[in-house]
Design a protein around this ligand. Structure first.
Ligand SMILES: Cc1cc2nc3c(=O)[nH]c(=O)nc-3n(C[C@H](O)[C@H](O)[C@H](O)COP(=O)(O)O)c2cc1C
Length: 196
C-alpha cells in the first residue's frame, strides 16, 4: 500500500509519530508520503521538543531514526505526486487535524498540498481519515465535521479509548495509531481487541 500521512497544527504530534512508526515498520506498506503544514511542524516541534531543520530531518527526528520508505513533501509543493488522482495512493490520514484544515478540506479550498491531497482522496473515493482535535467544539467545527463525513471522509477524533489499560501517553497514542491503520485496511496484530 501507499499511504499519505499529513500533520497539521492541532495538538497531538505524538499521534503522528505513532502512526508514522507503525507505517514505517508495516511490511504491507511500501511507501509513505509525509507532508506537514508549517503550523503542524511548529506544534510538533514544541510538543516533541524537536530541533529545527529540513523536512527530511523533521521526519527523522519524529521517528528517532532515518525514514526508510517515507518521502517528505513541502506543503507548498502543489506539484507533488499526491496532488494528482493519477498517483496510486490508497489512503490519507490527517493526524492531528486542525479545525482550520478541517474547514479548508470541507470547503474544497485545495490551496496547500495537504488540502489538495485530501480533495483528491475525496474525489477518487479513497479513504480519508481526519483525526480532528479541539475542545470544546463550536458549531462551525461541528457543521464542518458533518459536511466532511457527508463528502466521504471518516471523522476519527482524537478521543483515545481508556478500556485498553494503556499505562502511558505513548502506549495510548500507539493504540490510537493502530486503530487508524486498521481503518486503512491494515489489521494490526497487536491492536487491542475487547474480548468481552
Ligand atoms: C501549541 C498549539 C496547539 C494548538 N492546538 C490546536 C488544536 O488542538 N486544534 C486546532 O484546531 N488548532 C490548534 N492550534 C491552532 C492551529 O495551529 C492554527 O489554527 C493553525 O492555523 C492551523 O493551521 P494548519 O491547519 O494549516 O496546520 C494550536 C496552536 C498551537 C500553537
Amino acid at each position: 500500500m501507499t499511504i499519505t500521512l499529513a500533520i497539521t497544527g492541532a495538538s497531538g504530534a505524538v499521534l503522528a509519530r505513532a502512526a508514522l512508526e507503525r507505517l514505517e515498520r508495516d511490511a504491507r506498506v511500501e511507501h509513505v508520503d509525509l507532508v506537514a503544514s508549517p503550523h503542524g511542524m511548529r506544534v510538533a516541534r514544541e510538543e516533541l521538543a524537536l530541533a529545527e531543520g529540513t523536512l527530511e530531518q523533521f521526519a527523522a527526528r519524529l521517528l528517532g531514526h532515518a525514514a526508510a520508505k517515507t518521502q517528505v513533501h513541502d506543503d507548498r509543493n502543489i506539484g507533488a505526486n499526491i496532488a494528482s488522482g493519477s498517483y496510486r495512493s490508497q489512503a490519507m490520514i490527517v493526524v492531528p487535524c486542525s479545525m482550520g484544515t478541517l474547514a479548508a478540506i470541507t470547503h474544497g479550498h485545495a490551496d496547500s498540498l495537504i488540502e489538495r491531497a485530501a480533495d483528491v482522496a475525496l474525489k477518487e473515493k479513497r479513504r480519508l481519515l481526519l483525526a480532528v482535535r479541539e475542545s470544546p467544539f463550536n458549531r462551525i467545527h461541528l457543521r464542518n465535521m458533518l459536511a466532511a463525513d457527508e463528502a466521504g471522509a471518516t471523522l476519527f477524533p482524537v478521543m483515545p479509548a481508556f478500556y485498553d489499560q494503556s499505562a502511558t501517553v505513548g502506549a495510548m497514542a500507539d493504540q490510537f495509531a493502530a486503530r487508524l491503520l486498521e481503518h486503512c485496511g491494515l489489521p494490526q496484530a497487536d491492536g487491542f481487541q475487547w474480548q468481552g
